[in-house]
Design a protein around this ligand. Structure first.
Ligand SMILES: Nc1ncnc2c1ncn2[C@@H]1O[C@H](COP(=O)(O)OP(=O)(O)OP(=O)(O)O)[C@@H](O)[C@H]1O
Length: 257
């Protein structure tokens, strides 16, 4: 499904009731089967934008529309940094939660539950509770839950940033394998430039004060295997290009704490 973000702006009131512009003049689209990554320094409005696209927050101006829904509400799959799995539900019960909510039959719940648990590599852990899982496994369960509703758009906000570096690298690789099988239109938020270049079809670089689009960069490398030696110099060029766009803002963000 194609999603269009048109002239979106967002203002908040600060503690002194003054208006602060968090986002202004945001225009882009997420094409069918496209993986778009939002990257930018702390406070540039990445999460705010993701929440607006996901309908969790309304924009102060502009619109977000999902093309071709024929009036139906689009289905969204959302994965946050801290996955809010229900602690009293097993992995299986967590994964089928959205299906239960949408009134899917027991048979559909079982089929899809199994399919997506297998896809994220959690077979054998269906009956485990979240507290019995490692951080990486909890994220997998969260991803399976988001996928199980077969969403029109997958939204991911820093899903791996609480994981250790090795687990994070493995999860990035697995996410691409999963994405390759599902081909979902995806909007993914990260601070991490390497992660953005590794995952994205296009990277949207945001600047801060106010948050706006600085540049949109198409990553013209094979989607799977772009971390191979033969692409290393291209990969680093993209990463460097993005860092040069962000560096000044990141330094400013650091001064503000
Ligand atoms: N509910 C709110 N009320 C007031 N200001 C807010 C609110 N939510 C966000 N902001 C402000 O909007 C700006 C963008 O915040 P947002 O969390 O979207 O940035 P971010 O790029 O996701 O940051 P980070 O990378 O640190 O998570 C910030 O200046 C933030 O202080």
């Amino acid at each position: 499904m194609r999603i269009v973000i048109e002239d979106v702006g967002k203002t908040f009131l600060d503690s002194k009731k003054r208006e602060v512009t968090a986002l202004t003049n945001i225009n882009f689209s997420i094409e069918e089967q496209e993986f778009v990554v939002l990257v930018g320094p702390s406070g540039c409005g990445k999460s705010t934008l993701l929440n607006i696209v996901g309908g969790l927050m309304s924009p102060s101006s502009g619109t977000v529309y999902f093309e071709g829904t024929q009036g139906k509400k689009p289905k969204l799959g959302i994965v946050f940094q801290e996955i809010a799995l229900f602690p009293w539900r097993t992995v299986y019960e967590n994964v089928i939660y959205g299906l239960e909510e949408s009134g899917a039959s027991k048979q559909e719940q079982q089929e899809k539950g199994k399919h997506y648990i297998d896809m994220v590599g959690l077979q054998g852990f269906e009956g485990a509770y979240p507290k019995q899982l490692s951080g990486g496994m909890r994220q997998r369960a969260g991803i399976a839950r988001a996928l199980a509703v077969e969403p029109d758009l997958l939204l991911m906000d820093e899903p791996f940033s609480a994981l250790d570096a090795q687990t994070r690298t493995l999860m990035q690789e697995e996410l691409l394998t999963i994405w390759d099988r599902t081909r979902l239109s995806t909007l993914y938020v990260t601070h991490n430039i390497q992660e953005a270049v590794y995952l994205a079809d296009r990277v949207i670089v945001l600047s801060r004060h106010p948050g706006q689009i600085k540049e949109i960069i198409r990553i013209d490398l094979p989607k799977i295997g772009r971390d191979k030696e033969e692409y290393r110099s291209h990969f680093e060029q993209y990463a460097d290009q993005i860092w040069q766009l962000i560096k000044h803002d990141a330094q400013e963000a650091l001064k503000e704490g």
